[in-house]
Every structure is written in structure tokens, then in C-alpha cells.
Design a protein around this ligand. Structure first.
Ligand code: ATP
Length: 334
């Protein structure tokens, strides 16, 4: 007979993302709706090891959907990476009587959940990261808000770059992935987007198009978007442009501002659905699963299987971006 779920734990871990709070609220409210207690674990795996928690009732998660950051705090725990640390985490689960655990975070968080499931803890992962780099899911909580924050900043930068006839090189987050940079670049009408997944011939794909636009179209300002995972980063790209063109080239690293702010409608709603589905899975006796969005449907995957999948760059968007920016203009027609 399946064990009845009486108490669920929820935590946020890894890099924070707008919408994590909405997911926490959804987990707590869904659990309470089903007659299950909910405990919020503070500071990710660190809190699980140290028994840092607070009970979540209906009112304590009220108004959370619209708030950025995470009320449960987030952390990266080195101690959890070793077996002794994980055993302490399991002991906390036993002490608190946690029958199921929902972890909201990125692939590192899911690796941790996988280890906990091997130790007998029922776990479900919810993808929360602005990088949108979880292969089994077309979308991760926080991505839309981060894109909009970056776009807003870049639009403002463009005004001043235009006034001073400068070349702007903007670095956006995304760790090893270029999804955020590419999407933002398309939305901003960038001169070029440089991502780690695609090789680029700087002279052919970036410098020459800038020279052509300068000489034939009298264009006086340029906006180049660089993903943080690109070798040399924005400073390296800016140096290449400066050396080759003598343009007044300025670097802006958008940085952590992209992680903040009130979540967009998409992030609030996605987080709410994912939190709801996570609790339903635990109540159905499922474990070691991650909630994903695929073809507009919420589905779940085995965590090990999800972690073995690789997410490639959206080549269709990359092709469209190249066709509309200077990057493709000089390519010989097939
Ligand atoms: P983001 O994508 O935003 O960085 P993340 O969840 O990938 O989020 P990480 O720092 O990679 O962030 O992972 C969060 C935590 O998960 C780590 O600090 C660590 O405690 C735990 N973790 C990561 N990898 C493992 C692993 N292989 N085994 C056990 N625990 C892990």
C-alpha cells in the first residue's frame, strides 16, 4: 500500500530566478488544499543539512506571486556534494517527517535531488533558472522576466549609444548557454549575437558587416550581444571590434540585474502550474521526477533521464537572427 503523504518540504536552490516565489506559493497552497502540511526549507541544500526551515501556511505565502527573488533564500552547498552532507540532509527529512520534497532550481539542484532519491527521499524537481538550459523542458521559470529585463536595459543603452555614435557590446547571462542572448538579440534588433554554441569568424561575420554598414549605410552605432559563456566574454569581443574598426566601443555587463524584478505573467503562471503538478506527483506516489513544459503541456521526466539530455540552441531563431542582422549580409548566396 502506498504511504500517505502528510508533510511536504519545498526549497529553492542554485541561482535565483523571478517566479521561484510563485512556485513556492503554489506548492504550499496545493499541499494545504489537499490536507497536507508544507514546510519551507531555507537556503537550499544548506538549510536541509542544518534543519533551517519554517512552516508555510495559507497566509505566509500570500502575495508571493508578484515578488522577485525567493523568500526561502537560495544557496549553493559544498557540504551537500559529499555523502556525509547528504546523510545529514536525509536525517533532517526524517526528523521533520517530510514525506516528499520539491526542489526548485537548475540542473545542479536536480543532481542533488537524484542523490536524495537514491537515499530513499521522494523528490520532484521544478525547473527554475533564467538560463532556460534544462533540456527536457522548453521553458524554465524566470527566463521570460530575465529576457524582458535585459531588453529594457539594452533599449536604454541604445539611446545613449546612438547619441554618441558608439558601438555597444552587451554581455547577458546564460552560463554556458546562449538561449537568453539569442532571444534578447532578436528582440532588440542587434547588429550581431555571439553565443558559445555557434562558431564565428570574427572578421567575416562581425567586423566586415560593421564596416559595410558604416561605409554604405552611414550607420553610426552598433549593438552587439554576447552570451557570458563566449570565450573572452564581452571585453574580448569589444577589443576585437576596437582594434579592427577604431570605433568607440563600450562594454556593458548586465549581470545580476537580470535575475531580479517582479516576475512576468508567463513566469507567474508557469511557476504556479509547475508547483501544482509537483505536489500532485508526490501525492500520486511518484518520485525522482522533474516537471517539464513540452508542446504547451506539463509533463514529467525521470530526473536521471532529464539530466542525460542535451539542449541545443534553437537553430531556427539563430538563422532568422543572422538573416536580419549584419552577420549574414556578406555570405555568398547558395
Ligand atoms: P543555476 O542553473 O541557476 O546555476 P543550479 O541548480 O544548476 O542553478 P548549482 O549551483 O549547479 O545551481 O546547484 C545547486 C546545488 O545543488 C549545489 O550547490 C549543490 O549543493 C547541489 N548539487 C549540484 N550538483 C550536485 C551533484 N552532482 N550531487 C549532489 N548535489 C549537487
Amino acid at each position: 500500500m502506498e504511504k500517505k503523504v502528510r508533510r511536504i518540504g519545498v526549497f529553492t536552490s542554485g541561482g535565483d530566478a523571478p517566479g521561484m516565489n510563485a512556485a513556492v506559493r503554489a506548492v504550499a497552497r496545493t499541499a494545504l488544499h489537499m490536507g497536507i502540511e508544507c514546510i519551507g526549507i531555507r537556503r537550499g541544500y544548506h538549510g536541509l543539512i542544518n534543519g533551517d526551515f519554517l512552516p508555510l501556511d495559507f497566509n505566509s505565502v500570500s502575495g508571493l506571486s508578484r515578488r522577485g527573488g525567493t523568500m526561502l533564500y537560495s544557496a549553493r552547498s559544498k557540504e551537500f556534494m559529499v555523502p556525509e552532507g547528504r546523510e545529514k540532509a536525509v536525517a533532517t527529512c526524517k526528523l521533520l517527517g517530510i514525506d516528499g520534497l520539491v526542489g526548485i532550481g537548475g540542473d545542479g539542484t536536480f543532481r542533488g535531488l537524484l542523490e536524495l532519491s537514491k537515499l530513499g527521499v521522494a523528490v520532484v524537481g521544478v525547473p527554475g533558472t533564467i538560463d532556460n538550459d534544462i533540456a527536457c523542458s522548453s521553458y524554465t521559470i524566470g527566463y521570460d522576466t530575465a529576457c524582458n529585463t535585459a531588453i529594457d536595459s539594452i533599449d536604454k543603452l541604445r539611446d545613449t549609444m546612438q547619441s554618441h555614435e558608439r558601438c555597444s557590446v552587451v554581455e547577458v547571462m546564460g552560463r554556458h548557454a546562449g538561449h537568453l542572448a539569442l532571444y534578447v538579440g532578436v528582440a532588440c534588433g542587434a547588429t550581431a549575437v555571439i553565443v558559445p554554441e555557434q562558431e564565428i569568424d570574427y572578421e567575416h561575420d562581425l567586423i566586415e558587416p560593421i564596416r559595410q554598414a558604416r561605409s554604405h549605410e552611414q550607420r553610426t552605432h552598433f549593438m552587439v550581444i554576447v552570451a557570458e559563456g563566449v570565450e573572452g566574454g564581452a571585453y574580448g569581443v569589444a577589443e576585437k571590434i576596437r582594434e579592427a574598426t577604431a570605433l568607440d566601443t563600450r562594454v556593458t555587463i548586465l549581470g545580476h540585474v537580470q535575475r531580479g524584478g517582479a516576475p512576468s505573467a508567463r513566469d507567474r503562471v508557469t511557476a504556479t502550474y509547475m508547483g501544482y503538478e509537483a505536489v500532485k506527483l508526490l501525492v500520486a506516489g511518484k518520485t525522482n521526477r522533474v516537471i517539464c513544459l513540452q508542446d504547451d503541456k506539463y509533463v514529467d521526466f525521470d530526473i536521471a533521464e532529464a539530466l542525460s539530455m542535451k539542449k541545443s540552441l534553437d537553430i531556427q531563431t539563430y538563422t532568422v537572427m543572422k538573416a536580419l542582422t549584419g552577420m549574414e549580409q556578406l555570405k555568398p548566396k547558395a
